[in-house]
Design a protein around this ligand. Structure first.
Ligand code: ATP
Length: 241
């Protein structure tokens, strides 16, 4: 599949899911364009991680369709997505290299690829330290390295800035931008709206289980106004005392 030729990398249509009495997604639709950074925004508990889990086939309750490059989600085309959600799941007794090596082996990738992704996230010198002794930022970098193994055309990252220091955030931004410049597609969730404004091309705002806005960032908010517009959309009292 030549993924760069498809205009839409990822489509979610009419996703619906409830947990007990609580309806979390209630007809949620989002189309993530190829070669763009797209941020899924919403308040705590809005359903962003649930949406990511559905896209990745980790949640089979609920209804709706997910397509990757125009094809229905399946085990075969899931290989097109690299993901880091719900914080990094790491083997705490292993080094960064050994953690990545295990995932590379599962994907049939060699040691060159392990070194490549570790170099990209600046962990190529961390050969001795065990993951249990990593700082939060180092764990986040390692999870990113694992997500990038094999250069999947789509990256899904749940709050990737969490735990990163300012330099780490700048590095991540540069790196996701170069990913999309090479034709890759990135879907992130984030509460750091200043960073979202710097990083993303498109946004979807999830409110009450539906996409209240989905489209170019510039059409949602003028420069410097993202936080204000987001608060207005997610909390109707704001701006109307
Ligand atoms: N497996 C589950 N069982 C029951 N409730 C769940 C389950 N998974 C998620 N929820 C509930 O669904 C709602 C949405 O959770 P989700 O983690 O998707 O939100 P989120 O937008 O990612 O939030 P945050 O910004 O705080 O990370 C929450 O009320 C959560 O408690």
């Amino acid at each position: 599949m030549n993924t760069t030729l498809k205009p839409v990398a990822l489509s979610c249509d009419d996703l619906r899911i409830s947990f007990g009495q609580r309806t979390v997604l209630d007809g949620f639709s989002m189309h993530v364009k190829t070669g763009r950074v797209h941020a899924l925004l919403g308040r705590n508990g809005a359903g962003k991680s649930t949406c990511f889990r559905i896209i990745l086939g980790l949640e089979d309750r609920g209804a709706g369709t997910v397509e990757i490059f125009g094809e229905k989600l399946s085990q075969d085309n899931l290989i097109n997505i690299g993901a880091s959600i719900n914080g990094p799941a790491l083997y705490s007794h292993l080094s960064a290299r050994d953690n990545v090596r295990i995932h590379a082996k599962l994907l049939g990738l060699g040691l060159d690829e392990v070194d490549h992704v570790l170099g990209m996230v600046g962990l190529d010198d961390e050969d001795k330290k065990k993951a249990r002794n990593f700082s939060t930022g180092m764990k986040a970098r390692l999870a990113l390295a694992i997500a990038m193994l094999g250069s999947p055309p789509v990256l899904i990252l749940d709050e990737p800035q969490n735990g990163l220091d300012p330099q780490g955030i700048v590095d991540l931004r540069g790196f996701l931008r170069s990913w999309t410049a090479q034709g890759g597609t990135v879907l992130v969730s984030s509460h750091q709206l200043g960073e979202v404004a710097r990083l993303t091309d498109d946004i979807t705002v999830l409110v009450d289980g539906r996409a209240q806005y989905s489209g170019p960032l510039e059409d949602f908010a003028a420069p410097g106004q993202l936080e204000e517009e987001f608060l207005r959309m997610t909390n109707p009292q704001v701006g109307h005392p």
